[in-house]
Design a protein around this ligand. Sequence first.
Ligand code: 5GP
Length: 139
Amino acid sequence: MGTIFTQIVEGEIPARIVYEDETTVAFLDANPLAPGHTLVIPKDEYERLNDVPDDVATELYATIHRLVPAVEEAVDADASTVAFNNGEEAGQEVPHVHCHIVPRFEGDGGGPIHGIAGEAPDLADDELDDIADEIESRS
Ligand code: 5GP
């Protein structure tokens, strides 16, 4: 049956589709955080960003790049927050990679992405060096 987003791709449930190509599709979020809140997904089902093949990732970013200005202009937004909840512990509810484009407006009462991760850790320089090395060695 697939995820709810696969059902949208297959036309089995309705959605306000705003863009579609061979690999990706974008549609309005059913519970918008702001007017114009849009989701961009790969048509094929991948749970996390980590699962998306390189060629699909390239297409996905191209669609995001195209949609951000389109969404902002459509609702006369001042800015946008563009983000993925990547994994259940990060708040991902639908296990099908999706990018949120949330239009932002001066004085909208929202916050920056810095507020998402709970209490900030107090990391010493050597810990930061170790973390940087670990990431670099896997990049
Ligand atoms: P997540 O928490 O997984 O990052 O976000 C899932 C998003 O999908 C939510 O913002 C939710 O409102 C949206 N959503 C869930 N079900 C549907 C649906 O059937 N149609 C549309 N258009 N959006 C949905």
